[in-house]
Design a protein around this ligand. Structure first.
Ligand SMILES: Nc1ncnc2c1ncn2[C@@H]1O[C@H](COP(=O)(O)OP(=O)(O)OP(=O)(O)O)[C@@H](O)[C@H]1O
Length: 308
């Protein structure tokens, strides 16, 4: 069983298709990064997962429970941090959590223990009796994260969790997310911050104009990208590098007489190594230059859409 199973999800607003036949399975206990440009359909997918909008087609299960047929079961298993979420500014941090906890059937003693643990987890224990209106944006976001965790959910859904935070605030939020994933929770977060997706995700999905364009662990996505776009092999030799007459080379960019970048269709490091060794040349380094997530993302979003 998957933690999240999305099957053929389609959501239209009038004639406009916001999510187009999306199928996505998320394994238990992983951090999944859902990446896409503005308007790609990330929030629409998330709202469908929460049962907050009714899709035109498709089925979504959270830990095996259909979100539309068993909404209460599914909701009890979910924690959700919306984009631009708000708190009760006049209430203290403690009172805010107490209020949100009251939506769930948690016995009183357990509730207090849980709130204490959460306030400590997000670093707000010392200010638990301060009104939220005096909090910084980072503090509020951490309290919102605690709110999303108040029912001890199996699946945590975060829509742009670090949006608008300064680097320190973003770092704290990411650390908490990592800690929660270590306890076995499944995390599904949306973002358009590439470094964040790269840092946090065990698996990545790229959505563009409502369609899933790539899915898998980041190294798989990068490998697929290289198979499609070609490889960049960086080489340095001890002696002057001779002309490289090896099959499969598309182009060589010489950096200096001992360093080059070789563009190829396949990984032909072994052939290059044999060729040079036969000529008595010693290789200092020979490695594939991996594309960054930014390379992959920009090509996925723009090139295949024929926009650049
Ligand atoms: N209630 C609605 N009525 C009409 N169109 C909508 C509605 N909600 C979203 N859309 C449109 O559907 C598309 C997908 O929106 P969605 O909010 O899911 O994208 P997103 O990937 O979350 O974007 P962002 O990163 O900007 O939050 C957008 O073009 C948006 O304008």
């Amino acid at each position: 069983m998957y933690a999240i199973e999305i099957e053929n999800l389609t959501k239209k607003y009038g004639e406009f298709i916001a999510v187009d036949n999306l199928t996505l399975n998320i394994e238990k206990g992983i951090i999944f990064g859902f990446l896409g440009p503005n308007g790609a359909g990330k929030t629409t997918t998330i709202l469908s997962m929460l049962g907050l909008i009714i899709p035109d087609n498709g089925k979504i299960q959270i830990m095996g429970h259909d979100v539309l047929k068993s909404p209460i079961k599914a909701k009890n298993l979910l924690g959700y941090l919306p984009e631009n979420a708000t708190l009760y500014e006049e209430l203290t941090a403690w009172r805010n959590l107490e209020f949100f906890a009251s939506f769930y059937r948690i016995p009183n003693r357990e509730k207090e223990k849980r709130i204490e643990e959460l306030l400590k987890l997000v670093g707000l224990w010392e200010v638990r009796y301060k009104r939220v209106k005096n909090f910084s944006k980072g503090m509020k976001q951490r309290l919102l994260l605690a709110k999303a965790l108040v029912n001890d959910p199996d699946v945590l859904i975060l829509d742009e969790p670090t949006s608008g935070l300064d680097p320190e605030g973003a770092h704290l939020v990411k650390s908490i997310v990592k800690e929660e994933a270590k306890t076995g929770k499944t995390v599904f977060f949306s973002s358009h911050i590439l470094s964040e997706v790269e840092e946090l995700s065990d698996k990545v999905g790229i959505i563009v104009r409502g369609r899933l364009r790539a899915i898998g662990p980041l190294n798989h996505i990068k490998k697929q990208f290289m198979e499609l776009e070609g490889y960049e092999i960086k080489i340095e030799t001890k002696q002057r590098m001779p002309e490289l007459n090896v099959d499969g080379i598309i182009r060589v960019e010489r950096i200096d007489e001992r360093k080059s970048i070789i563009f190829t269709k396949e990984d032909i490091r072994a052939q290059i190594s044999d060729y040079l060794t036969n000529k008595g040349i010693t290789i200092v380094s020979l490695k594939i230059e991996e594309p960054s997530l930014e390379d992959v993302f920009l090509k996925t979003v723009y090139k295949r859409e024929g926009r650049g």
